[in-house]
Ligand binder design. Structure first.
Ligand code: PHE
Length: 357
């Protein structure tokens, strides 16, 4: 028995890894191990022999089992030490920087508005920023001599020599996309068209390039009531209020009849805008029932189809919602401004996930 003890204790202490240790365990105290077999022989012994050999074998077995356990723990420690040495990490290194850029408030608000109207079944439509005179004005019921043309401080493109046509313009509004969408898709239709527009104007609330989002919904029996509901839903969702109170003020646009400018009930408390309460009204958009001439220009029969259109200033919405005082700074590309007012690229606005931080 002493020989067995010597043999196994030496082998265990010399085992190189867990696999070798396991092989030793099987060899010594496994079901058919040397010591287990010896224990089976106890039955053949005389009671006197058994009284001596039994406890001795038992304690040998215990001894070997605990040697195995101790060696196993020691091997695990060694493995851990080796890993720690190998896989070291310099915790004094600076953390991983987040994405360097931010999403511009105009892009963020465009996404927000698009998400809200998409939920109401509006698809996104697009048109060119350099637009023909016809799409920007004529098709929208503004003939060349129409006085409303003068209200848009239009940028005109140069006309190539010999070209016998009026100059193209930098579109002064997103309304020409109404015509393009109608021509391309026909009725019924529900689209929104976000994009850049241009007017020669520059002060704290005007920049020569700014952004609008056009809405157009045409069907058999769409009315002002549908317009009102859509806009109320939109404003409540956009500003995150239970109910937004809107005021429809009779107005005039050549391309809608009747036309309404829409004001939002609000108040200013310590320079902070509160939507849905207070005694102030803030103009946020122009709208109306699409004029029959416009439907016709889009290739739609006004005796069959009718609907509404609206145009919202995106930059204005961004200023209101995020408390940004000066519009001009939007387009200065000042990194400090962008870092301050920008949004995380991972913070994509959705109706279910939340529209903003
Ligand atoms: N195009 C108008 C503007 O730029 C807004 C508008 C769009 C009004 C659609 C009525 C309908 O002021």
């Amino acid at each position: 028995m002493d020989d067995l003890r010597q043999k196994y204790l030496a082998a265990i202490s010399g085992a190189a890894d867990e696999a070798a240790l396991e092989a030793l365990r099987v060899e010594a105290v496994g079901k058919k191990g040397e010591i287990s077999l010896k224990m089976r022989e106890l039955g053949k012994m005389t009671p006197e022999e058994r009284q001596l050999a039994g406890p001795a074998l038992n304690s040998l077995k215990d001894e070997i089992n605990s040697a195995l356990a101790a060696k196993k723990a020691a091997l695990a420690d060694l493995a851990l030490d080796a890993r720690l040495k190998d896989e070291w990490l310099d915790v004094t290194l600076p953390g991983r920087p987040g994405p360097a850029g931010t999403v511009h408030p105009v892009s963020q608000v465009t996404e927000e508005v698009t998400a809200i109207f998409a939920d109401m079944g509006f698809r996104v439509a697009e048109g060119p920023q350099i637009e023909s005179d016809w799409y920007n004005f004529d098709a929208l019921n503004m003939a060349p001599e129409h006085p409303a043309r003068q209200e848009h401080d239009t940028f005109y493109m140069a006309v190539p020599e010999g070209a016998n046509r009026p100059p193209h313009v930098l579109r002064t509004h997103t309304s020409p996309v109404q015509i393009r969408a109608l021509q391309g898709q026909g009725a019924p239709i529900r689209v929104i068209a976000p994009g850049r527009v241009y007017r020669s104007d520059y002060d704290q609330t005007h920049t020569p390039m700014f952004h609008q989002i056009e809405g157009l919904a045409i069907d058999r029996d769409i009315s002002m009531a549908n317009l009102k509901w859509c806009l109320e839903e939109f404003v409540a969702a956009f500003f995150g209020v239970e109910k937004a109170e809107l005021r429809f003020r009779a107005s005039h646009f050549p391309f809608t009849e009747p036309s309404a400018e829409v004001d939002l009930r609000c108040s200013w408390v310590d320079g902070q805008l509160k939507v849905g309460e207070g005694d102030d009204w803030m103009e946020i958009l122009g709208s109306g029932m699409v004029h029959p001439h416009v439907l016709r220009a889009g290739g739609i029969d006004p005796d069959q189809w009718q609907g509404f259109a609206f145009g919202i200033g995106i930059d204005r919405l961004a200023m209101l919602k995020y408390g940004i005082p000066d519009l001009r700074a939007f387009f200065d590309s000042d990194l400090r401004w962008l870092r301050h007012y920008g949004f995380s690229a991972l913070d994509v606005p959705t109706l279910h996930g939340g529209l903003s931080r």
